[in-house]
Design a protein around this ligand. Structure first.
Ligand code: AMP
Ligand code: ZN
Length: 110
């Protein structure tokens, strides 16, 4: 999607600190971290939100979850938090599906 900031990061058109890449997925550091470690995991292909997960094949969906867990391992995180905000009411501000992986001292909810 041409005006999507995460599609541009995937394409290397705008810079990001990429920490893991493969299997149609990219993990990069959040530009405004909310925890000691804060990485965003995105599918290379544009999906607006988790609502569109039915567009993925079962293998792609499983691959995405495996990649999230692999990214945490690669960051040497044992305990961590994974968040997906869905829609503006759920706190989503970038409309390309992404998984927040947070580690270290975590923000308190609420
Ligand atoms: P969400 O509110 O769930 O849509 O999360 C969007 C996240 O993207 C926020 O935590 C932002 O700090 C982060 N973000 C926005 N622009 C960039 C960027 N250019 N590079 C890295 N992270 C970004
Ligand atoms: Zn996109």
């Amino acid at each position: 999607m041409s005006d999507c900031i995460f599609c541009k990061i995937v394409a290397g058109e705008i810079p990001a600190q990429v920490v893991h890449r493969g299997a149609g997925m990219v993990a990069f550091e959040d530009v405004a971290p909310k925890a000691d470690v804060h990485v965003l995991v995105v599918p290379e292909r544009h999906l607006e939100s988790l609502r569109d997960v039915a567009e993925l094949t079962p293998a792609e969906a499983k691959g995405m979850l495996d990649f999230v867990a692999e990214t945490a391992r690669k960051l040497s995180l044992d305990d961590y938090r994974v968040i997906v905000n869905v829609g503006p009411g759920g706190g989503q501000t970038v409309f390309h599906l992404h998984w927040h992986v947070l580690g270290g001292k975590l923000p308190v909810f609420g």
